[in-house]
Design a binder for this molecule. Structure first.
Ligand SMILES: Cc1cc2nc3c(=O)[nH]c(=O)nc-3n(C[C@H](O)[C@H](O)[C@H](O)COP(=O)(O)OP(=O)(O)OC[C@H]3O[C@@H](n4cnc5c(N)ncnc54)[C@H](O)[C@@H]3O)c2cc1C
Length: 300
């Protein structure tokens, strides 16, 4: 199928994109990598009158190291971030997650900002924004504001961004020293969207006690979700296989999956619990010197 007719504007900068969003009426969409928007146009699932293309702005493909974390400019393609040595070194969880997005050809075009604003609950990057407590810098004509990731996702493919706003950058805080991470998802084939996924960041003190835990789930609710009850269970405790199982068991208050042509909601509910056990297990295991090998659960 071909897309419906639209007016096309190429923005010279994100500030120019903001001006175009304000001046081109109320049926305008930003076009970034086009890896979601173009198929939606072709299938006539979206019919905006105007597209504002931000794929060639000078801010494109920029990752900067800052005190306390890494800033990724929203127009940066996913593959660029995946290949960033700073990301691999300081945010290995983000590096791992990006490799699960589609295939590299798509990651060469799809942007970090496009994936986050698209807010598909099965996507990896919205879950990354949540688990890192990322800060999203958003621009509109003459204004800039920062949205905490926890306040961004409203429901399926809907965020708290206004129609005149453009996501300009995402700041991923670097977790404290002695933080381990875990990331697990299940997809029908490599490169497919996840049916369900779970990710964890666990910080330990010098004695192996968990001082901070974050667990985020994706593909199992209308938005990616933080499993705060599970996090609370982990904090103050040392690793045990039983603790990981117990924490994974209490995620169900935030899990609200749907059945679709790919699998049933019961499958999603059950598999995300198993994935959470693995994510927590890895997060404790990756940096912790305090773990007896016999504690390690068997993976299927
Ligand atoms: C075959 C295939 C498989 C895929 N598999 C996966 C997968 O496994 N996991 C996954 O997460 N994704 C997957 N994707 C989606 C891919 O990651 C997309 O790149 C991403 O979702 C959208 O990024 P984009 O830059 O292409 O955005 P676009 O498609 O250009 O835009 C998407 C939406 O975001 C808005 N937008 C984009 N940038 C901004 C901005 N800076 N500010 C405000 N609004 C903005 C647009 O207006 C539009 O509504 C897949 C895509 C394809 C085609």
């Amino acid at each position: 199928m071909k897309p419906p007719v639209f007016e096309y504007h190429r923005a010279d900068s994100l500030a120019h994109a903001c001006e175009l969003l304000t001046s081109c009426g109320d049926d305008v969409k930003i076009l970034a990598g086009g890896q979601t928007l173009i198929p939606m146009l072709n299938f006539r699932l979206a019919r905006p009158k105007v597209l504002v293309d931000i794929s060639n702005v000078p801010e494109r493909n920029r990752v900067t190291e800052e005190a306390g974390g890494i800033r990724v400019f929203a127009t940066t393609v996913q593959r660029f971030v995946e290949k960033s040595a700073a990301v691999q070194r300081r945010l290995p969880l983000l590096y791992e997650a990006i490799q699960h997005i589609a295939h590299f050809q798509i990651r060469n075009k799809g942007t970090i900002g496009g994936s986050i604003v698209n807010a598909d609950p099965a996507s990896e990057l919205p879950a990354m924004a949540l688990v890192f407590d990322a800060e999203l810098e958003v621009m509109s004509s003459g204004d800039t504001r920062v949205i905490p990731a926890a306040e961004l996702f409203i429901t399926y493919m809907t965020t708290s961004l206004g129609p005149d706003e453009v996501l300009s950058s995402i700041f991923f805080p670097e977790p404290p020293a002695n933080t381990g991470w875990g990331f697990h998802e299940v997809a029908r084939r490599s490169g497919d969207y996840a049916l369900a996924g779970s990710t964890a960041l666990v910080t330990l003190d010098a004695t192996g006690v968990c001082t901070q835990a974050r667990v985020a789930l994706f593909g199992v609710a209308p938005t990616p979700v933080r499993a705060t009850e599970a996090e609370d269970l982990l904090v103050g405790n040392r690793y045990s296989a039983e603790l990981a199982r117990e924490a994974a068991h209490v995620i169900h208050d935030v899990v609200d999956p749907e059945s679709d042509i790919h699998c049933t909601k019961e499958y999603r509910r059950s598999v995300v619990e198993a994935l959470t056990v693995r994510a927590i297990d890895d997060a404790f295991n990756r940096r912790s010197p305090h773990r007896a090998p016999s504690d390690r659960p068997l993976h299927a």
